[in-house]
Design a protein around this ligand. Structure first.
Ligand code: DAH
Length: 352
């Protein structure tokens, strides 16, 4: 009988080879040598059985299968006890603890946006978002800035599609652009709602500004709008002072200074006492003791006319606040560009 001898020979040779295994690679090559489907010793044994007497075959087959299981179990067991330090470079050591992945946090601009939203929510304002790709009508024209209005130069615009000069055949297609401010949401909301109106609308806006410490071509604003009967500038001042004192500090002083925006009349710029020096004068407030924080005013009658509100009956106020500016001040970050770099080292400094 040759086959039992062959089985024994394989078993003895396997034990010797297994004894010589040091690395995972060694182990794999022993596995290939004995259990490899095509070239393996056990496969060759099975094949050789075709030449055995038919009566012997079942017993031989059984013995070969036992050997196969034995070898497999011995290899697996040896694998479990392999010395990890002997693994060749590049092999995976499944016993090492996993590597911790860096983890994101909520962005400081998100944190500020949510604080602003929650203060206005308690005052009964509705929060809504608008499109960042806007048309010329909502971004400029309906806000009392017809084509060629010089106030358009205040905001350098990214155009996506320019109207054809002279119009060509048919109507001039409306220009589409990346909105330069969130003020277009005033128009969008009033077009589809009757007064009273009490909304804020946060979101990203875009301008062709060269990035520096205080400028980024993409930044975030919150627009506010309140319309009703008998609304006055006193309501505007009261609401904004309450908001700013809730947001910064109860002792924050607020100053209104006359300004100009085409969509409000009168218009004002709002300053708060410097959060760094508390008004005594420092480099951040350029020794003035004040920081400019937002623009606002009483909604211009032309804006009401554009949306079909009766300016004789309704009055209202609006404001626009730069979220980045407020975040820079509140978190004392020195460079606005950090907000857009997505560097986890910045984010890790903020709460979850
Ligand atoms: N849209 C202005 C800007 O981007 C901010 C602003 C000023 C918004 C006055 C208003 C407003 O609603 O009344 O600088």
């Amino acid at each position: 009988m040759t086959a039992p001898t062959a089985i024994d020979t394989i078993r003895v040779a396997f034990q010797a080879d297994l004894g010589a295994v040091v690395t995972a690679q060694d182990l794999q090559s022993v596995r290939d040598r004995y259990l490899g489907r095509k070239q393996g010793a056990v496969a060759a044994l099975m094949k050789s059985m075709a030449g055995a007497a038919p009566a012997d075959r079942p017993a031989l087959g059984k013995a070969a299968n036992v050997l196969k299981r034995e070898i497999d179990a011995a290899l697996t067991q040896r694998g479990d006890t392999l010395d990890d330090t002997a693994r060749p470079v590049g092999s995976v050591d499944v016993t090492l603890p996993g590597r911790a992945l860096p983890f994101g946090r909520r962005h400081p601009l998100t944190l500020i946006r949510e604080q602003v939203e929650s203060i206005f929510e308690t005052m009964g304002f509705e929060i809504l978002q608008g499109p960042q790709v806007e048309d010329d009508y909502h971004n400029f024209e309906a806000l009392n800035m017809p084509p060629d209005h010089p106030a358009r130069d205040m905001q350098d615009t990214f155009y996506l599609e320019q109207p054809m000069p002279g119009g060509g055949e048919g109507a001039t297609p409306p220009a589409t652009l990346l909105r330069t401010h969130t003020s277009g949401m005033q128009i969008r909301y009033m077009e589809s709602h009757e007064p009273p109106v009490r909304i804020i609308s946060p979101g990203l806006v875009y301008r062709r500004d060269t990035p520096d410490l205080t400028h980024s071509p993409m930044f975030m604003q919150v627009e506010g709008l309140l319309v009703g009967e008998g609304i006055t500038m006193a309501d505007l001042k009261g609401t904004l002072v309450s908001f700013l004192q809730a947001f910064f500090d109860a002792g924050t002083r607020v100053m209104f200074r006359p300004s100009f925006f085409p969509y409000t009349e009168p218009s004002a710029e709002v300053f708060i006492s410097c959060v760094f020096c508390e008004g005594t004068g420092c480099a951040v407030c350029k020794q003035t003791g004040w920081l400019e924080i937002l623009g606002c005013g009483m909604v211009h009658p032309a804006v009401f006319e554009a949306v079909g509100y009766d300016p004789e009956r309704y009055t209202g106020w609006a404001f626009g606040l730069g979220i980045d500016r407020v975040a820079l001040l509140k978190y004392r970050v020195e460079d606005i560009r950090l907000f857009y770099d997505n560097d986890l080292r910045l984010l890790e400094q903020f709460p979850h």
